[in-house]
Design a protein around this ligand. Structure first.
Ligand SMILES: [Zn+2]
Length: 392
């Protein structure tokens, strides 16, 4: 817990103890230890336990339960020995996507700021055309109603039923989440970008180049000397991500030099997409903003969405990959039949040409199949569209 009137410089220095620990929150039992049939029930219990703990922690904030706070103001003894009249309001809660989802009783893969449908999370949304904010008052009314029809409405809204502590506190629930560089950018979007870049480099056989160039970046201006190549790093932490963002664009641009005309189109889009996301990130790190810097930030986000399709194949999940593998097996069988049928009529050079054509056709079909099953609909890509509005 911290208070709002500290400068960020003081707040960010651990030695000033500007953030104090209030409770240890319960750690729920691991899902893999629970029989599948009991999973939903256990999750509901976990939510109830968490909310009961938070209810007790937040009790002093609930005015009606405090005898000296009829007007909503407390006399608070401050560190300088003086009493001040204070109005306590819970103003921010910093957490990662999944924690917000639990805290706000939302189902998986939904934005905790707005009611954006799941299948539109990957789309660009201008700051003037945002989806409506979550109506937590409506969720509270439906939860309090404790009726089957209300539960059905909650389910349609992708909200879990049950008591939620934030809906009973002096705060604006939809204002509690704040733009969060660590969770949304360092270990969120930039981490995704690294994986997508890796995928493009691997597909176009540029990994060796990428490794060599990233290892050759000299350790100057506070950059840490590199011991591992790009490929050898399995997971980047927030600090490493912040550092690599300073030279990633240079490394990617150099690694993607040359190539066939078809490759150049892909490479240029990959470079432009990387540049746009890094620009958005750099603007997001400004300590202060005005309308101009926010418009640059928005413009970078728009550019990122314009070029992001170049990384769509890197978004193919296990399901899409399994489907593509099945398709590959089917096409390889067709190729074999074709080869056997024409074995007597094809000359060796015709055979070579046909096999090359088959290889290109199979790889093209596999890419199309993966692209059809891949999308960008995940919360962290969507959260960036709220940043300009949140900063304002
Ligand atoms: Zn949203």
């Amino acid at each position: 817990m911290t208070i709002g009137n500290l400068s960020s410089k003081i707040r960010q220095m651990p030695s000033t103890h500007s953030v104090v620990m209030v409770p240890c929150l319960p750690i729920p039992i691991k899902n893999r230890n629970i029989p599948h049939k009991q999973l939903d029930g256990q999750r509901q219990t976990d939510r109830e336990v968490l909310n009961e703990v938070l209810r007790r922690v937040h009790q002093p904030l609930t005015f009606k339960q405090h005898p000296s706070a009829e007007s909503g103001y407390y006399n608070v003894l401050c560190a300088d020995g003086n009493f001040r009249r204070c109005n306590l309001v819970l103003s921010a809660w910093l957490a990662d996507c999944t924690e917000y989802r639990d805290l706000h009783h939302l189902e998986r893969h939904f934005c905790f700021w707005c009611e954006c449908p799941k299948n539109e999370l990957g789309d660009y949304v201008h700051s003037d055309k945002q989806h409506p904010r979550w109506d937590h008052n409506l969720d509270r009314t439906l939860s309090d109603a404790n009726a089957n029809s209300a539960d059905a409405d909650l389910s349609l809204r992708h909200v879990h039923r049950g008591f939620n502590v934030f809906r009973h506190n002096p705060c604006i629930v939809s204002d509690l989440p704040k733009p969060d560089l660590l969770h949304t950018m360092h270990i969120g979007k930039l981490d995704h970008l690294q994986k997508w870049i890796f995928h493009v480099m691997k597909t176009h056989e540029r990994l060796d180049k990428l490794n060599a160039i990233s290892l050759s970046v000299p350790a100057y201006h506070d950059l840490t000397p590199k011991n591992n190549s790009y490929e050898e790093v399995s997971q980047w932490n927030g600090k490493e991500m912040k550092e690599i963002s300073r030279y990633l664009l240079g490394v990617v641009t150099q690694s993607l030099r040359g190539g066939s005309p078809a490759q150049r189109t892909i490479f240029n889009r990959a470079i432009q997409c990387t540049q746009a996301l890094l620009e958005f990130y750099m603007y997001a790190r400004y300590k202060s903003h005005n309308d101009a810097t926010l418009s640059y930030m928005e413009e970078a986000l728009h550019r990122f969405h314009t070029f992001k399709d170049v990384f769509l194949l890197g978004r193919a999940g296990n399901k899409a990959n399994a489907k593509a593998d099945a398709l590959r097996m089917e096409l390889v069988k067709e190729r074999k039949v074709d080869k056997e049928t024409n074995a007597e009529t094809w000359t060796p050079s015709k055979n070579r040409r046909e096999m090359h054509a088959w290889r290109d056709y199979i790889s093209h079909e596999i890419d199309i199949s993966k692209e059809l099953d891949a999308d960008f609909n995940f919360p962290k890509i969507h959260l960036m569209s709220h940043w300009a509005e949140q900063i304002r």
